[in-house]
Design a protein around this ligand. Structure first.
Ligand SMILES: C[S@@+](CC[C@H](N)C(=O)[O-])C[C@H]1O[C@@H](n2cnc3c(N)ncnc32)[C@H](O)[C@@H]1O
Length: 424
């Protein structure tokens, strides 16, 4: 069957129509004529796979890697066109809030921008291979020799690591996570299936230096608990953002595209008025990235974060940056609604997971009587659809002052969006 692609809808499916039927395809640029197979009928639409491009778009380019469809499915689209497609998707998602186009800030690097890579280590015929676990599956993997989303430096460290593991036959190592900072220094975390060869593994990484590797930590799963074991060198990595030093542990959350964090912070600085009498509530604060960067401009910062792997580094980051007006509470954000309701706070940062802000927090932000016209909400989201859902609620009492997207994840369908709201 031949279809003409109409548009690419969020999060990344190509839409075509024929005889009143809607088709969602795995690829295809607007205007392209494609031949499809594996048509699967659902209730209101059909899904199909493109197997031949009959008439290609001038925006179609050669993908850099063979397995792009699994992890970076927009690689076949010229980067400028990726940004145009995302702008159109944003206009559609936020159409009930604005008819103005929503700008998207390009990533300075469209490849090699990721500061972290996590891969499985599969053992075949007594040799270890790096493999990517296909999303939403437990047992489907593809072999990875090189990843274009991380730097050449990180790829070189990956190769050296696998060579070392192979040379010493450390079959207990089942996965590797590498993070890199802006100075090109890296930190390695290894997943262990057992601790039986721990001493040998420690010896391997101590006696053999991998260039640019600052340290190695092992993670061992014990029932529901993950034990972190220092293998060699540093057990965290540091990154400098706008003259603040952030230490990030093996299990900490940190934004993937470091260059984009600074661009978001610069837009926040331009569009939020910070006063030295303000209190910032930084909900979903991670290791403190946003709250701590703005701490010098306000009276105090209260971070709320559910994972100790993040809050322990929030505390370290306060100490290392000599920040004395910030504290963190290890709690689910939705469990501090009472404090949020009782404690006057003029600025609330919210950077939730994909699922969006908890409904009890949204309700508190509408109901709290002390939230006056100088209350400002800074909402950063990695899923514009859940953000738009939350904005439907928040705009009952707040107005949108600033809305802009940032391409944190080039070559993928994901979009990061920042919305700043003020009390009506
Ligand atoms: C998108 S990250 C943002 C982290 C931080 N703002 C940053 O930019 O580095 C979301 C964070 O929320 C935390 N988290 C997830 N669910 C949570 C909840 N219910 N309450 C508090 N924190 C939560 C995660 O551990 C993660 O650190």
């Amino acid at each position: 069957m031949e279809l003409t692609i109409e548009k690419i809808v969020y999060p990344g499916k190509s839409l075509a129509r024929k005889d009143g039927q809607v088709f969602f395809l795995d690829e295809g640029l607007p205007g392209e004529i494609v031949q499809v197979m594996n048509v699967q009928k659902k209730n209101n639409f059909s899904q199909a796979t493109v197997f031949k491009i009959i008439q290609p778009s001038h925006n179609r380019i050669l993908p850099k890697c063979e397995h792009y469809k699994i992890c970076s499915p927009l690689q076949y689209i010229d980067y400028k066109e990726q940004l145009i497609i995302k702008t159109e998707q944003l206009a559609d998602i936020f159409k009930s809030f604005t008819t103005n186009p929503i700008a998207i800030e390009a990533s300075p690097d469209s490849f090699g921008y990721r500061n972290k890579i996590s891969l499985n280590l599969l053992w075949k015929s007594k040799r270890a291979f790096l493999a990517y676990n296909i999303r939403d599956t437990h047992n489907k993997f593809i072999d990875i020799n090189n990843c274009f989303l991380v730097s050449d430096n990180l790829n070189a460290i990956l190769k050296n690591t696998v060579q070392l593991i192979n040379k010493h036959k450390h079959k207990e190592i089942t996965g590797v996570i590498l993070r890199e900072n802006s100075c090109g220094k890296a930190h390695l975390t290894i997943d262990l299936s057992s601790e039986k060869s721990l001493d040998k593994i420690k010896r391997t990484f101590t006696e053999n230096t991998i260039p640019n590797l600052l340290g190695v930590v092992a993670l061992l799963k014990k029932n529901d608990f993950i034990q972190s074991i220092n293998i060699h060198g540093a057990n965290f990595i540091t990154e400098n953002i706008l003259s603040n030093i952030f230490s990030i542990g093996p299990l900490s959350f940190f934004q993937i595209n470091t260059a984009m964090i600074e661009l978001v912070c610069k837009d926040i600085t331009k569009n939020v008025s910070f006063k030295n009498s303000d209190t910032i509530f930084d909900l979903y604060c991670g290791v403190g990235t946003f709250g701590l960067i703005f701490s010098k401009q306000v009276k105090e910062v209260i971070g709320i974060e559910s994972e100790t792997a993040n809050t322990s580094f929030f505390i370290k980051n306060c100490k290392d940056n000599d920040i004395k007006n910030a504290k963190v509470v290890t709690s689910k954000s939705e469990d501090v609604c009472k404090q949020l309701k009782d404690m006057p706070s003029n600025i609330i940062i919210m950077d939730p997971p994909r699922s969006g802000v908890h409904k009890n927090i949204l309700k508190t932000l509408l109901d709290a009587r002390h939230m006056t016209h100088d209350t400002q909400l800074i909402y950063l989201s990695c899923d514009p659809v859940t953000m738009a859902r939350d904005l439907e609620i928040l705009t009952q009492k707040y107005k949108i002052h600033f809305l802009k997207a940032y391409d944190f994840f080039p070559q993928t369908p994901h979009i990061e969006t920042l919305c700043i709201l003020t009390r009506k």
